[in-house]
Structures are given as structure tokens and as C-alpha cells.
Design a protein. Structure first.
Ligand code: GLT
Ligand code: MN
Ligand code: MN
Length: 387
């Protein structure tokens, strides 16, 4: 099975470049040079690389150093046939962001964050990025006594509106994708789920330019149904990007290899993204925001990366087989009966009267079996390659 090239797989420099540092232990792998990472991504068939400003250009670099680093990186991208579909800003590592960036109480921090983001947007656009991610890792609290949550949201809105204006002014063809997370590294992070983000977007001045970047691990940490969140984003045309990985409920943000946990959810997610059930396909990059187990050396990292892509392709193939299975089709047909009174056009007195006139035997309907046990068993059998 090969990538049919309509699927763009991408990895962040921070993912395959992750040296295995965690809050309790030092790095276990050497730091890999960004140009080398790009070359390796090209070799394994990943055609996209994503980055934070600081993944490529160290914080505090001079303009001349920045230009030299960027020129080398662009050459590596061209040599390997790897593009940069998405870029983002590191607004979490430097101590100045300890209490947030755009939502900080301190106007100096907010100004610094805007300036850093404008520079990072320039970098992303120079590398060809079409999507710009905002993950508010430090935009949160340990004590809510420090700030009124309404002020935090107003400041966050002000920042996103301002940066949309910056893109308009520069003539940048760039869409913003907001990434939610409930907690970690802050005790609580504002706009904790994709649903919170979707509402926030509806309050923006330039809401057309802004969508979401949901991450498997972030919704799953909180025990939420990730597939529902992605479906909601797709249904309102706001799935601008996606962070694929794996996660177990209730743990720290594990960012595991795609499909390595909750394979059934991964199957249903791929089925939704690929549109094998008849819905519109998600056409953006399949980005793996994940990293190898800390037990691995650099070879293990590239096994991890190949595994993410391979599992995605296998699940896409399984989803196609599931939706083409006549027995599955038959069971799903039964879920698609036409409405008795079409209310999709809104309320009318006639429709209300027609609803009142319907003869519905509630007891009989309530007593019908729906066949979902068989449907789910078929899903499991397809997932296991038994059909
Ligand atoms: C960080 C975070 C991710 C975000 C990245 C973008 S950085 O690794 O854990 O979920 O997508 O800022
Ligand atoms: Mn992410
Ligand atoms: Mn994560």
C-alpha cells in the first residue's frame, strides 16, 4: 500500500526531533539538525514539515543568523521535496510567558507576544505555510484569583483580531487554526475544548480566516469523544488542520504514535476524515503531533514516524472496506429513512400541523431493535482484518 499523494502526511520538527526530555528526566536522544530531519522526512515519504519559530531559529538569533538558517532550511526542503504546510509560534518556553502570552495581565508580555507572532508569521509565510496554528499552552491559570476569565478572553480575541489584520495588511494567504487543550502545562487552560474554540471563533472580527486544529490527545485526556468534536468542526467548515496522535483517558498529554491506543476511535476518525461513509473528505494535511517512546534511540524515532503513516493508511483501507461491505450498507440504510415532515427549511404553521397529524406508535417504535450490536461487531471484524 502506498501513499496515493492526495494525502499529505506532515510532522512537526518538535515531534520527530523530540529528544525524550520529560519533567523527571533528561534527554535520551541527540538533538537532530532541522535540515537532517527534513531530509529523513522526505526519505520516509512524509511530504510536510511543520515548525515553531524557535524549532528552527533559536530565540535571540540576530537577523543575519536567522536569514542564514532559513536559507539552509529552504534548500533542504527543496532538495527533499518536503513543503511546510503549517507554522506556529512558541509562546510557552520563555520565562516571560510563565503567566500566558496573549492573555497575560501584563501589557509588556502581550506586546512581546504579538511582536514575536508577527515575526513567526513572516517566517511561516516565507517557508510557504498556508495554515498558522495557535496553541495557547500557557494561556491559563493555577489560581483564578489572578484574573477575571472575561478579561482573558477579551485579550485573546484582541490578539487574534489584530493578527488577522496583520495578515490582511501584508497580503498573506494564511488561515489560522486554534488548538484547544484542557490543562498542561497550566493547571487549567482557557478555551479548553474544540467546542469552546468554535464558539470563540464566532465572536471574532475576521472569523472567516479562523478555524480549529483539534488534537486527539487533548480531547481524550478529558474523556471527551474526539470524533464528535472533529465532526462538529467539519460540519461548520472549520476543520482547518488536525493533530493526530494517541492517548489514554485521564493521563498526562501522552502524544503517542497514531493508532497505538484506542484503535476503534482511530478507525472512526480516519473513516470520518476520509469520507468513506459518504460525507465530504477532509483535504488538509494529516499532521502527526506525536513523539516516540522515551525508550527509543533515533532509529526508533523513524520507526515511530513510519508507523504513524502506515497505521493511517491501513485504517483508511479498512474504513473503505467497512463502508463497501453489503451487510454494513444494509444496516446503515436503515438509519437513513427520509423525514416524515421535512423541518429542515425551518418552522411553519403547516409543518407544525403536519407533525401533529402524524400517527406515531411510540411504544412500537421504542420496542424496535436497531441492529447496532451487529454493526459494531462488523466494525471490529473489519478492524481486525477478519472480513
Ligand atoms: C506542543 C503541544 C502541541 C501543539 C504544538 C503547537 S506545540 O508540542 O503539545 O499540542 O500542537 O504549538
Ligand atoms: Mn498539538
Ligand atoms: Mn498533545
Amino acid at each position: 500500500m502506498t501513499n496515493d499523494h492526495s494525502t499529505l502526511f506532515s510532522f512537526g520538527l518538535w515531534t520527530v526531533g523530540n529528544p525524550g526530555r520529560d519533567p523527571f528526566g533528561h534527554a535520551v536522544r541527540p538533538v537532530q539538525d532541522p535540515c537532517h530531519i527534513v531530509q529523513k522526512l522526505g526519505e520516509i515519504g512524509a511530504r510536510g514539515v511543520n515548525l515553531h519559530d524557535e524549532d528552527l531559529v533559536p530565540f535571540g538569533s540576530s537577523a543575519a543568523e536567522r536569514d542564514r538558517i532559513v536559507a539552509d532550511f529552504k534548500k533542504a526542503m527543496a532538495d527533499s521535496g518536503v513543503s511546510c504546510p503549517m507554522a506556529t509560534t512558541n509562546l510557552f518556553s520563555q520565562p516571560i510567558f510563565k503567566d500566558g502570552a496573549f492573555t497575560s495581565n501584563d501589557p509588556r508580555v502581550r506586546a512581546f507576544a504579538l511582536r514575536k507572532t508577527m515575526d513567526a508569521i513572516d517566517l511561516g509565510v516565507e517557508l510557504g505555510a498556508r495554515t498558522y496554528v495557535f496553541w495557547g499552552g500557557r494561556e491559563g491559570t493555577e489560581t483564578d484569583a489572578c484574573r477575571d476569565g472575561r478579561d482573558a478572553l477579551a485579550h485573546f480575541r484582541e490578539a487574534i483580531d489584530f493578527l488577522c489584520g496583520y495578515c490582511d495588511d501584508q497580503g498573506y494567504d494564511l488561515r489560522f487554526a486554534l488548538e484547544a487543550k484542557p490543562n498542561e502545562p497550566r493547571g487549567d487552560i482557557y478555551l479548553s475544548t474544540t467546542g469552546h474554540m468554535l464558539h470563540f471563533i464566532s465572536t471574532l472580527q475576521h472569523s472567516d480566516r479562523v478555524g480549529v486544529n483539534p488534537e486527539v490527545a487533548h480531547e481524550t485526556m478529558a474523556g471527551l469523544n474526539f470524533v464528535h468534536g472533529v465532526a462538529q468542526a467539519m460540519e461548520c467548515g472549520k476543520l482547518f488542520h488536525i493533530d493526530l496522535n494517541a492517548q489514554r483517558i485521564g493521563r498526562y498529554d501522552q502524544d503517542l504514535r497514531f493508532g497505538s491506543e484506542d484503535l476503534k476511535m482511530a478507525f472512526l476518525l480516519v473513516r470520518l476524515l476520509e469520507g468513506t461513509n459518504g460525507g465530504a473528505r477532509y483535504e488538509g494535511p494529516r499532521h502527526f503531533d506525536a513523539h516516540a517512546y522515551r525508550t527509543e534511540d533515533v532509529d526508533g524515532v523513524w520507526e515511530f514516524a513510519k508507523g504513524c503513516m502506515r497505521t493511517y493508511e491501513l485504517l483508511a483501507e479498512r474504513a473503505r472496506a467497512f463502508d463497501a461491505d453489503p451487510e454494513v450498507k444494509g444496516l446503515l440504510e436503515a438509519t437513513k429513512k427520509p423525514a416524515l415532515v421535512d423541518v429542515s427549511g425551518g418552522y411553519s404553521a403547516e409543518r407544525a400541523a403536519a407533525l401533529r397529524d402524524l400517527d406515531i406508535d411510540a411504544a412500537a417504535v421504542g420496542a424496535e431493535g436497531l441492529g447496532y450490536e451487529r454493526l459494531d461487531q462488523l466494525l471490529v471484524e473489519h478492524l481486525m482484518g477478519a472480513r
